[in-house]
Design a protein around this ligand. Structure first.
Ligand code: PMP
Length: 353
C-alpha cells in the first residue's frame, strides 16, 4: 500500500487464477485446462515458423483469424473481436460497455473476475442469487439496468441455461447490453451465437483456452453487432494496437480450421465427464448437471475443504472455493481417463467415503 495509490487501487483485490504449482508429478485438475494437445495443425505452425518473421509487427487487425472465426460461426468479420484470452475481452467489455449509471445485473455466484472490474471501475452492480439448485434463473434479471452479464454454462457451478431463456431475456431487455460469457459452451451447452443477428445488444464471449486446448496462447474472442465490436476496438486501441502476437494468431487459425479434431476432443472430454460423474455419485457425491469440462460436486458427510486437502496430500489438485453457499463443493476439472481413474481410486481409499 502506498499513499500514491488511488482509492480504487487501495481496495482492489485482484483476481488470482487457480494455483499453478511449479512441482512435477501432480495430477492437475484445478484450472479447467484441456488434457489433450491442441489440433495437429498447431504443432505444424510452430514447427514451420521461422524466427526471422518476428522482426515484423503482427497484423494489428487479426484479419485472417477474424475471418476464420466469422466463417466458422456464420457471421461477418466486423462482428468479431479478438483479444488476449477471454479475460482481456471481458476487461475491455467492462471498460467499453458496462460502465453505466444504471446497475449491472449479474449472478451472485459466477466467475469472480467480474467483481474485480466492478470494484476497479466503481460500477453500480446488483448481484442476483442462484436458485437453491445452483441455476441461473434469467426471469430474475428484470427491471432497469445498465447491462447484464452471466456465464453460460456458469462457473464454478457447471450448470447451463437454455437458449429459449436467453432469447426471452433478450426480447424483454432491449435497452442495455447483454453479455454471455461462453468460456465452456462447447462442452454441451447451447451457444447464443445464433441469436447475434437478431439482437444488436447481445455480445457473446468465447475462448481458445478450454475446448481448443490453447490456454498457453491466450486467445479469446467476442461475437456481436458491429457497433458493439467497434466499441471494443476503440478501447483496445487506446491500450495496445497489437492485440495478439503473431504465433497466437497463426495457432488459433490452425485450431479453428481443424473441425474434426475439435469435435473428437470435445467428445472425449464429455465421455470422461460422464464416467467421472457416475463414479462420484457411486461414492455418495452430489454432482450438479455439467455442460463444462469440470464437475461441481459435494458430499453430505465429508467437508469439501478436507477432501481438497486429502487429495492434495495425494498429489491431486482440485479447486475449493471458500465463498459461503458453495464452500462445501469441489470443482474438479475433467482430465484424461487415467487421471480421473486415479482421482476416483484415491477418493475410494478415503476412510469416510
Ligand atoms: N470466463 C470464465 C467463466 C472462466 O472460467 C475463464 C477461465 N478462468 C475465463 C472466462 C477466462 O479464460 P481465458 O482468459 O483463458 O480465455
Amino acid at each position: 500500500m502506498s499513499r500514491f495509490w488511488s482509492p480504487a487501487i487501495q481496495s482492489l483485490v485482484p483476481y488470482t487464477p487457480g494455483e499453478q504449482p511449479k512441482v512435477d508429478g501432480l495430477i492437475k485438475l484445478n484450472t479447467n485446462e484441456n488434457p489433450y494437445p491442441p489440433a495437429p495443425g498447431v504443432e505444424a505452425v510452430l514447427r514451420n515458423f521461422s524466427s526471422e518473421r518476428l522482426r515484423l509487427y503482427p497484423d494489428p487487425d487479426c484479419q485472417a483469424l477474424k475471418h476464420a472465426l466469422a466463417e466458422d460461426a456464420g457471421l461477418a468479420t466486423n462482428q468479431v473481436f479478438v483479444g488476449n484470452g477471454s479475460d482481456e475481452v471481458l476487461a475491455l467489455t467492462f471498460m467499453a460497455l458496462l460502465r453505466q449509471p444504471k446497475p449491472l445485473l449479474l449472478p451472485e455466484t459466477s466467475y469472480s473476475f467480474y467483481n474485480v472490474y466492478i470494484d476497479l471501475f466503481g460500477i453500480n452492480a446488483q448481484h442476483i442469487p442462484l436458485t437453491a439448485d445452483f441455476r441461473i434463473e434469467l426471469c430474475d434479471y428484470c427491471g432497469e439496468n445498465g447491462g447484464i452479464i452471466f456465464a453460460n454454462p456458469n462457473a464454478p457451478t457447471s450448470v447451463s441455461v437454455d437458449l429459449d431463456s436467453i432469447r426471452a431475456l433478450l426480447e424483454r431487455n432491449t435497452d442495455s447490453v447483454v453479455v454471455v460469457d461462453e468460456a465452456y459452451v462447447d462442452f454441451g451447452a447451447e451457444s447464443a451465437t445464433q441469436l447475434i443477428n437478431q439482437f444488436p445488444n447481445l455480445l457473446v464471449i468465447q475462448t481458445f483456452s478450454k475446448s481448443r486446448s490453447l490456454a498457453g496462447m491466450r486467445v479469446g474472442f467476442a461475437f456481436g453487432h458491429p457497433d458493439l465490436i467497434e466499441a471494443l476496438e476503440r478501447v483496445k486501441n487506446s491500450f495496445n494496437s497489437y492485440p495478439l502476437d503473431m504465433l497466437a494468431q497463426l495457432t488459433a487459425i490452425a485450431a479453428v480450421e481443424d473441425k474434426e479434431y475439435f469435435k473428437a476432443c470435445v467428445s472425449r472430454v464429455i465421455e470422461t465427464r460422464n464416467w467421472t460423474t457416475e463414479q462420484l455419485q457411486r461414492l455418495g457425491f452430489d454432482v450438479l448437471p455439467s455442460h463444462t469440462n469440470f464437475v461441481f460436486a459435494s458430499h453430505a458427510e465429508v467437508a469439501a475443504a478436507d477432501l481438497m486437502q486429502y487429495l492434495r496430500d495425494n498429489k491431486i489438485l482440485v479447486r475449493h472455493f471458500t465463498k459461503p453457499g458453495i464452500d462445501n463443493h469441489l470443482r474438479i476439472t475433467i482430465g484424461t481417463p487415467e487421471e480421473m481413474k486415479a482421482l476416483i481410486d484415491c477418493l475410494q481409499l478415503h476412510p469416510e467415503l
